[in-house]
Design a binder for this molecule. Structure first.
Ligand code: DOR
Ligand code: ZN
Length: 433
């Protein structure tokens, strides 16, 4: 493994900012502060900040199955450019990751193509608990309580009870299918995308969160509610606060509201949908209070042609893995977050929730997975195109200040100055038991 020292940086460590050098030996962080030894490779990082590489707990890289939208190569290249050094891929591919056979197939694809480290979830189906129980090395199980892209809906609570008995990490898409169905009938025929937030109402999200948290409590299960979008859910989460119950929200729910439909239509159609500004503020508050621990992207690319169809035909989902850090760094530049908050929400906490070995912190002995960022670099989203194959962003045209400029994985420089080291491949992460 290449040894490397990054000199004269400001390093974001768990105990605070350190000005100095970061030495990497054998792919791991060796020393922080003053590195007197000469290393095989040296890099001057004057004026730059070093964060632990972001860990995105929620992406859809569409591989195998939907190569027009994305594949593991393009999705992971987008991640690398965005300072995301590890991704966790969702099971709604084709075939869906419901069996050990499908899991092994995806493992091979990711190992062959991924530019960043990765972990894989299996999906919950009505009848695959045995496969889940026998699977090795998975991040956890993704359960869809509401229908969305793919066909992985499970409404039967008996299945969830049996799942919780297995003791796996369960990450839940919580939207109540009955509420969604009723509303779909009520608003049938409306082709304005803004109806999406009425169909998939706050009540649909709240109801599902309430149901799953009650069940989680009964089984003392490790349940993580992903993409919280409403104030109602945050308040429900507060009632169940425990180490076992955790949650994240996405960048699109932190930075966009339903006002965006007017300009962007189906290009901001997403499940759960965009909400009001009050909901958005409640998510920020929930993060600051520690009720929500992580920020994810739910990177869910679809082609422009798919999104240009009428509302009822356009699939839900927005890409996001390239803009996770730029959006949060812009907030740091506005004084709304600190760099330590960013490290917590995008790296330290996801690593702890998923019990990933050796990642999530800039500390001696940890893997040298790093996002080197230039806090004074200003760019417009999309000005140099996109790495995601779908080729668009819900933030196109936004001027942001604070961008990742170099990405390091286990001591290897994976991208620098807009160039990808195309030969480098990431590895599947391992977990503490
Ligand atoms: O908007 C969404 N898109 N929400 C999901 O839950 C799935 C995702 C996708 O895979 O397209
Ligand atoms: Zn998702």
């Amino acid at each position: 493994m290449i040894d490397l020292v990054l000199r004269n940086a400001t390093i974001v460590t768990p105990t605070g900012l350190v000005n100095g050098d970061l030495g990497i030996l054998g792919g791991k962080i060796y020393k922080i502060g003053k590195v007197t030894e000469k290393f095989a490779r040296e890099k001057d990082c004057s004026g730059l900040f070093i964060l632990p590489g972001a860990i995105d707990m929620h992406v859809h890289f569409r591989d195998p199955g939907f190569p027009a939208k994305e594949d593991f190569g393009t999705g992971s290249a987008a991640a690398a450019f965005g300072g995301v050094t590890t991704v966790f891929d969702m099971p709604n591919t084709n075939p869906p990751t419901l069996t050990i056979k499908a899991l092994e197939e995806k493992r091979k694809i990711a190992a062959a193509k991924s530019h960043v480290n990765f972990g894989l979830y299996m999906g919950l189906a009505q009848d695959n608990l045995e496969e889940i129980n026998l699977a090795h090395g998975i991040a956890g199980v993704k359960a869809f309580m509401g229908s969305t892209t793919g066909n992985l809906l499970v409404c039967d609570l008996n299945v969830y009870e049996k799942l919780f008995e297995l003791g796996k990490f369960v990450i839940v898409h919580a939207e109540d299918e009955h509420v969604i169905k009723e509303n779909t009938k009520k608003y049938a025929g409306t082709e304005n995308t803004s109806v999406h937030s009425l169909i998939r109402s706050p009540k649909a999200a709240y109801q599902a969160v309430k149901t799953i948290l009650h069940l989680a409590k009964k089984y003392n299960a490790r349940v993580h509610v992903t993409h919280l979008s409403t104030e109602l859910e945050v308040e429900e989460l507060r009632k169940f606060k425990s180490e076992k119950v955790t949650a994240d929200c996405t960048t699109h729910h932190l930075y966009l509201t339903q006002a965006a439909y007017a300009e962007r239509g189906n290009f901001v159609k997403v499940n759960p949908p965009l909400r009001t500004n009050d909901d958005r503020q409640a998510l920020w508050k929930g993060l600051k209070e520690g009720l929500l621990q992580a920020v994810t992207t739910d990177h869910a690319p679809h082609t422009k042609a798919e999104k240009e169809q009428p509302y009822s035909l356009a699939p839900s989902g927005v890409p996001g893995v390239e803009t996770l850090l730029p959006l949060l760094l812009e907030s740091v530049n506005h004084g709304e977050l600190t760099l330590r908050d960013v490290a917590q929400f995008t790296s330290t906490n996801p690593a702890a929730l998923l019990r990933i070995k050796g990642k999530g912190k800039i500390e001696a002995g940890y893997d040298a997975d790093l996002a080197i960022v230039d806090m004074s670099k200003e760019m417009t989203v999309g000005q140099n195109g996109y790495k995601t194959k779908c080729g668009w962003s819900p933030y196109s045209g936004w001027r942001l200040k604070g961008w990742p400029v170099v990405t390091v994985i286990e001591g290897n420089i994976v991208c620098e100055n807009g160039e990808l080291n195309a030969k480098f491949r990431g590895r599947e992460v391992t977990y503490e038991s």
